[in-house]
Design a binder for this molecule. Structure first.
Ligand code: NAP
Length: 250
């Protein structure tokens, strides 16, 4: 049995992870920690791996504590940048246990990660591409981090294929063509009733390919979280991994 601790266990994501772990035949819940509780209660003696879904201000501190305790970590909290990731790499280099691992994944929805990957594969074959992301109206950022990542992956694929700018005869100035990220137009829709959805529209003369990922509720993330837990504790991914795609054998 994999002994799993959940940090941020009372939160929306954390409580879903607690349920998912309780429902998994190969896992047992070792600890739940939330705001005000010391993550150092979690250690290699009582836990194999911790899943961390808290807040951007707390996540780095929690991960560094857990690494110091000899525990592997799967992290879903947002707000990571290269500087913070480097601090985790350095902590892992001095970790108490050999082969210790941390995975930071900005999106655990397998459909979204695959849409990103398929879009980057397809990008080189199409003259035009636009990204439309659609979310519930309580989301604070726009466009979504996932859509920005999709646009960057598409742009890299277009550059590698030697494609020029996407055709666009728009003459008016203003925001109606979305945010341009690395030359790719990204549009953000906010609508009550939606959860998290993304469409990548690819066009050539006379044809269109649409790649679409829909995440209807938080359960969409749990398969990815459990996959990351199993992969990380397997010992096959020592050090820091970023992104669920690491484990999808793409
Ligand atoms: P949430 O409902 O606000 O839950 C966060 C929980 O963490 C709360 O219970 C909070 O307690 C607790 N917390 C705050 N500081 C803590 C600390 N220092 N130590 C332990 N627990 C602490 O938020 P959520 O919707 O679950 O989202 C959590 C994070 O996951 C966000 O960054 C979100 O963007 C991200 N997310 C990622 C994915 C993905 O696929 N990677 C998917 C969805 C969401 P209090 O409320 O008492 O402060």
């Amino acid at each position: 049995m994999i002994r799993v601790a959940v940090v941020g266990a009372k939160g929306r994501m954390g409580s879903s992870v607690v349920q998912a772990v309780n429902g998994a035949d190969d896992m047992t819940l070792s600890h739940t920690i939330d705001h005000g509780q010391d993550p150092a209660q979690i250690n290699a003696g009582n836990t194999d791996i911790a899943v961390e879904f808290t807040v951007p201000a707390a996540t780095l501190g929690n991960v560094l504590t857990l690494v110091g305790q000899g525990v592997d970590v799967v992290v879903g909290t947002t707000g990571w940048n290269e500087d913070k990731l480097e601090q985790v790499r350095q902590a892992l280099a001095k970790a108490p246990r050999k082969g210790q691992a941390v995975c930071v994944a900005p999106n655990f929805a397998i459909s979204a990660v695959l849409a990103d990957y398929f879009a980057a594969q397809a990008a080189r074959y199409f003259e035009s591409v636009e990204v439309v992301e659609m979310h519930h109206p309580d989301k604070v950022d726009a466009p979504s981090g996932t859509a920005i990542h999709t646009a960057q992956a598409i742009a890299a694929a277009r550059r590698e294929a030697g494609l020029g700018p996407v055709p666009d005869g728009t003459l008016t100035d203003g925001g109606s063509r979305g945010q341009v990220i690395d030359g790719v137009h990204v549009h953000a829709v906010r609508l009550r009733g939606l959860n998290a959805h993304e469409e990548i529209l690819l066009g050539n003369a006379g044809e269109q390919l649409v790649i679409r990922a829909d995440s209807f509720d938080r359960s969409s993330f749990m398969q990815g979280v459990l996959l990351a837990v199993r992969k990380v504790v397997s010992g096959g991914y020592p050090g820091l991994s970023v992104g669920l795609d690491t484990f999808l054998d793409l």
